[in-house]
Design a protein around this ligand. Structure first.
Ligand SMILES: [Zn+2]
Length: 374
């Protein structure tokens, strides 16, 4: 079937040159990107090509919501359609498993043209994020483990001890799209160790995930939400200074009966990207609560064990999992959180971080790469 001349009809493919807005595949009617259904067919034979369903891959890698976001699905199919257009299988490779060869050039060309034409910053971010996520899902399906994000041959899931995190703590991994499905990302350890009830993935710019996160944050209330970020020159709250919601601070309430939760947002991205993400959070917080989101600082006193694999610019800029280890240890020292077994949870996450380091180190040595390289 490959090698035949296939095309995507009715102007559904992204334009190779942007001649006018009427050629664009999206129509903006209510401020959101509106998508059309995509059918790939052979105009000569008139037969429909089988369109692969990526819902399962989204469920595995994207985690939530259960249904694949329409824009991500659309872009997956757009990239996938290059196989029939170019008559060759898509090839993914390199350290980050990105698209290679002629398909990469074609994909870059048409998406860059489209991206450059979008006037709205929010639409640009959503398109950029969905494109990153779509390419990663496409390239990693059947290659990476859905939980540890390592190649199936190096899956470390069996080496990770799962423990329950006290339900009064909810962790939100707010991830930059470029970090999605990165092998050396440490944030993924949160759901490996604590499960999906306590650790949630939210990729910046994926509207459905951001809405789900904000629904939960609004329900928790502004006083129960913090983000972790070592901003210089800003007087952040320390863990021992946190004012806990009344229900949580009252030690007489059985821990398993407590319905209120402390919500911590972990900014997961490079340091330049994370500034943009914090600004995005704060902008949304001001629109929601007419006030800023509270920031939290940790007493970080050591490098992350991942430091050698993913160097951080300074001592207070540690990897995400190490930051959560530190957060849980500091929370455990509070008298009003006695009995929540947060130290035990911190130990389990610390152990998992060590296992990740071992696996990454072994992979690099096997591939002849030295430590310290990305
Ligand atoms: Zn695994």
């Amino acid at each position: 079937m490959l090698g035949r001349r296939w095309s995507v009809p009715c102007g559904l493919s992204l334009p190779t040159t942007v001649a006018g807005r009427s050629n664009l595949p999206y129509r903006r009617t209510t401020g959101k990107l509106r998508l059309k259904a995509m059918v790939v067919h052979n105009p000569i034979a008139g037969e429909a090509a089988p369109v692969e369903d990526f819902s399962g891959a989204w469920h595995d890698f994207g985690r939530s919501p259960p249904d694949i976001p329409p824009l991500v699905k659309r872009l997956i199919l757009e990239v996938k359609s290059l196989e029939v257009e170019l008559g060759e299988k898509l090839v993914f490779g390199g350290p980050r498993g990105s698209l290679q060869g002629r398909a990469k050039a074609a994909e870059d060309h048409r998406h860059r043209a489209f991206y450059g034409y979008m006037p709205d910053r929010e639409e640009k971010l959503q398109f950029y994020s969905a494109r990153q996520v779509a390419c990663r899902v496409l390239g990693c399906k059947g290659y990476l483990c859905k939980d540890c994000w390592l190649p199936l041959t190096d899956c470390m899931c069996a080496k990770v001890e799962r423990v329950s995190l006290w339900s009064g703590v909810q962790l939100w991994l707010y991830m930059h799209p470029k970090d999605f499905l990165r092998k050396n990302n440490s944030g993924k350890l949160l759901w490996q160790v604590f499960g999906g009830e306590s650790a949630h993935l939210c990729v910046c710019g994926i509207e459905e995930q951001e809405e789900a996160m904000w629904d939960a944050l609004k329900q928790a209330g502004q006083g129960s939400v913090w983000y972790l970020y070592p901003e210089q020159g800003v007087s952040n709250t320390q863990v021992n200074e946190l004012v806990l919601p009344k229900e949580l601070a009252h030690t007489g309430v059985p821990r398993d009966k407590c319905k209120t939760s402390l919500n911590f947002i972990l900014i997961d991205g490079t340091w330049s990207n994370s500034k943009m993400m914090v600004n995005r959070l704060q902008s949304r917080a001001r629109g929601t609560w007419q006030d800023c989101m509270q920031s939290l600082s940790l007493s970080v006193d050591k490098h992350s064990v991942l430091h050698n694999l993913r160097p951080q610019p300074s001592l207070d800029r540690t990897c995400t999992a190490a930051a959560v280890v530190q957060l849980l240890r500091e929370l455990d020292l509070r008298e009003d959180l006695v009995g929540c077994q947060l130290e035990k949870a911190a130990d389990a996450l610390d152990e998992a971080l060590q296992r990740l380091l071992e696996v990454l180190t072994t992979r690099r040595e096997r591939k002849g790469r030295g430590l310290g390289k990305h």
